[in-house]
Design a protein around this ligand. Structure first.
Ligand code: FEO
Length: 173
């Protein structure tokens, strides 16, 4: 049994994961409109990953006998200037997610909720990987520029990303 305060915080993160999915779906659409089909593919895979994260929070709350409370999802930004801005904002967004996951882990410790603290470790590792991947793409874009041959090559690389549902050891959620 977890505290009401913890359930409320987990529900807030469930909403933020859904918002993240929305942000990346908007970026996928915007990339497509810019003619960057590889970028569009990458963001669409990211959208699917965020839905999976949201689903994990949903299942965890229910498994802990908590109440799922779905709130309104904020409207995402619709247009981005160029490919660099897309990844610059993605990195900022992922750093915000990491901050929120750390706050959840701190709250779990405050509440002496070691079960939730342990469950959150998967997200901590996931965030480290996401930040590193996004920073890598952002650095390449900085180097190659947002137009021309460099962009063409990065677009081709991002076209190869495929959604694979992450494995979650020892958990159904
Ligand atoms: Fe669910 Fe990209 O953080």
């Amino acid at each position: 049994m977890i505290s009401k305060k913890m359930v409320k915080a987990l529900n807030k993160q469930l909403n933020f994961e859904l918002y993240s999915a929305y942000v990346y779906l908007a970026m996928a659409a915007n990339s497509n409109t810019m003619g960057l089909k590889g970028f569009s593919n990458w963001f669409h895979v990211q959208f699917q990953e965020e839905l999976f994260h949201a689903d994990r929070f949903y299942n965890y709350i229910l498994d802990q006998d908590g109440e799922v409370e779905l709130e309104q999802i904020e409207k995402p930004k619709k247009e981005y200037k160029d490919a660099y801005e897309l990844f610059d904002e993605t990195l900022t967004h992922e750093r915000e997610v990491t901050k929120r996951i750390y706050e959840l882990a701190s709250l779990a410790l405050e509440e002496k909720d070691h079960g939730t603290h342990s469950w959150l470790q998967w997200f901590i590792t996931e965030q480290q990987e996401e930040e590193a991947n996004v920073k890598d793409i952002k650095d390449k874009l900085k180097l190659a520029g947002s137009t021309g041959q460099g962009l063409f090559m990065i677009n081709a690389e991002l076209a190869t990303r495929v959604y694979v549902q992450p494995t979650v050891p020892g958990s159904q959620a």
